[in-house]
Design a protein around this ligand. Structure first.
Ligand code: NAD
Length: 353
């Protein structure tokens, strides 16, 4: 990989390669864009096949965070960190050493918990730096606010695609009944929606059947249902060349991260099929809104008000996609870039004045 060429193309500001012998640590902190505020992005610990794979993940995910914060109207930039390690070899010493690297950035990068890190690990990192989020439990975790954001996203998509203000009587298929999926089912049930659900855990599907009168289907069937909305709330990469031909739902609106197998190819495949896709990082921004509010001093009313913006932002994205004849994925990027560029322009004017 031609490092500077790649970074110039993707627009990153800074990449920190963190290395220590004792304790043994290899980590990469990628800061994509801090125009709107300090770069926020969780830390992932993963046994990458090689260093290039780790770097690519950090670069791609940090850029995604810039777009996510910009679309959510949060005064934060995009960052991401990866620790290259096998989860079995994770030690407190390693995490504390990593915390010292985060601290060396003096708040330019603020991090939290991602794959293979636990809330306890984040607490260990916080022994070395204040620049972490998700340690406080004041907000009760991000899932309730994330599921509310997804509900608002579904409302916006139904209004735009089906020209309906009311959700009652619609059919929604929910993939994954974890923290977000279960909360979402509760909201949808309260709105009089007929639910179809799947999970690999039969205890969770039984519970959804009992609590919400949901119809349980297999993990394969969920893609094929004749429903109004498909809500992926489990895994990434599930919208791909294999699954898209089966989809009948005119709307995809769910919380899972990185739903598109290949961003360009599969967002266009969905658009060609007439399926309205709610970009995942826009509809699931409740989690980021939650940690951002924890950071500035949690105020539940304020946090929930910010989540309300997801509805208007998605409507704006659908309209950009329609008028500029691009996929909703590209429209979301354009909206984010416009917001960032307008702040850049006013910063330049201030300096010039
Ligand atoms: P979770 O781990 O609590 O739930 C995931 C559920 O998916 C589990 O019940 C699991 O059994 C099920 N599942 C796994 N494989 C499946 C399959 N093949 N078919 C059907 N079900 C399957 O996770 P969560 O916190 O509910 O998050 C769900 C998704 O939303 C994830 O992709 C996550 O990254 C994303 N997300 C979550 C938040 C949040 O606030 N928790 C915020 C933003 C994005």
């Amino acid at each position: 990989m031609l490092l500077f060429e790649t970074v110039r193309e993707m627009g990153h500001e800074q990449i920190l390669f963190c290395h220590g012998k004792n304790p043994d640590i290899r980590a990469i902190i990628a800061i994509h864009d801090t125009t709107l505020g300090p770069a926020m992005g969780a830390t992932r610990l993963y046994p990458y096949v090689n260093e290039e794979a780790a770097l690519k993940d950090a670069l791609r995910l940090s850029r995604g965070m810039t777009y996510k914060a910009a679309c959510a109207n949060i005064p934060a930039g995009g960052g991401k960190a990866v620790i290259i390690a096998n989860p079995e070899n994770k030690t407190d010493e390693m995490l504390r050493a990593y915390g010292r690297f985060v601290n060396s950035l003096n708040g330019r990068f603020i991090t939290g918990q991602d794959v293979n890190l636990t809330p306890d690990d984040v607490r260990t990192i916080s022994q070395e730096t204040n620049h972490v989020v998700g340690v406080s439990e004041k907000s009760g975790g991000p899932a309730p606010i994330t599921s509310l954001g997804v509900l608002l996203g579904i409302k916006a998509a139904v209004e735009f695609r089906l020209q309906r203000k009311n959700l009652e009587g619609l059919k929604v298929a929910v993939q994954g009944l974890g923290n977000v999926g279960k909360n979402l089912c509760r909201h949808l049930h309260e709105h009089g929606i007929q639910l179809f659900v799947t999970d690999i855990d039969p205890v969770k599907t039984e519970e959804a059947k009992e609590l919400f009168g949901a119809t349980v289907v297999t993990p394969e069937e969920i893609y094929t249902l004749d429903v109004d909305v498909f809500a992926p709330c489990a895994l990434g990469g599930i919208l791909n060349s294999h699954t898209i031909p089966f989809l009948q739902a005119p709307i995809i609106a769910g919380a899972a991260n990185n739903q598109l197998g290949n961003e360009q190819l599969h967002s266009q495949m969905l658009a060609k099929k007439g399926i309205l896709y709610c970009p995942d990082y826009v509809i699931n921004a409740g989690g980021l809104i939650n940690v951002y509010n924890e950071m500035i001093g949690y105020d539940e009313e304020k946090a929930f008000k910010q989540v309300d913006n997801i509805y208007d932002t998605l409507l704006a994205i659908f309209n950009i996609a329609k008028h500029q004849e691009v996929s909703t994925n590209d429209a979301a990027k354009r909206l984010a870039e416009d917001r960032i560029n307008s702040v850049k322009r006013s910063n330049t004017k201030e300096i010039a004045a």
